[in-house]
Design a protein around this ligand. Sequence first.
Ligand SMILES: Cc1cc2nc3c(=O)[nH]c(=O)nc-3n(C[C@H](O)[C@H](O)[C@H](O)COP(=O)(O)O)c2cc1C
Length: 189
Amino acid sequence: MVDDFTGIKGLSGKVIVLGVSGSIAAYKAADLTSELRKSGAEIFIAMTESATRFITPLTLGTLSRNPVASSLWNEESSWQPGHIELADQADLFLVAPATANQLANYAHGQCPDLLASIYLATKAPVLIAPAMNGKMYEHSATMENHRVLSDRGVTFIEPVTGELACGYEGVGKLAPISDILSAVSKLLI
Ligand SMILES: Cc1cc2nc3c(=O)[nH]c(=O)nc-3n(C[C@H](O)[C@H](O)[C@H](O)COP(=O)(O)O)c2cc1C
């Protein structure tokens, strides 16, 4: 079922860096980007290489109306490394969908890619919406990473239960876009 968006307003002047990682739910980042932009916020997309296999930078760039960063290594636009510029500019670092791999990187302070480097470099609030297979989500490693990040002040938008793309029924579906929008507005308004 398509989300019934209520829409949020009043984010004019806010900068949201939206991290998109390699989940089957990455296509939902298109609707999320579109709704966030309509809220008046400036949206900058940062994608992992895996995410680009699920949704193109062209789509998210067109919907966000800003250039998309999809590598640590394309940093010709300014003297400052792109990930540091994004980390500094952000009023909010939102990662949706967040893979198990991203949670592990953030929890352990590892930064092999653009998103994890932004996570480590930003002072902005961090909001994470995980999406994955239910067994991956409920694995003690993922649960431990979740706990570490929550203790560190990261806000989670919990995944919901339902039919998963992998064929299983369980917890791990990306939270509805409307829930993600509500969490964004709680942190920024
Ligand atoms: C079809 C397909 C769907 C996937 N969906 C997910 C997912 O929903 N969540 C997840 O954590 N990993 C998923 N993966 C595995 C990730 O893409 C993989 O762990 C990848 O290394 C994550 O990279 P990233 O965190 O840099 O984006 C999927 C892989 C494939 C091939």
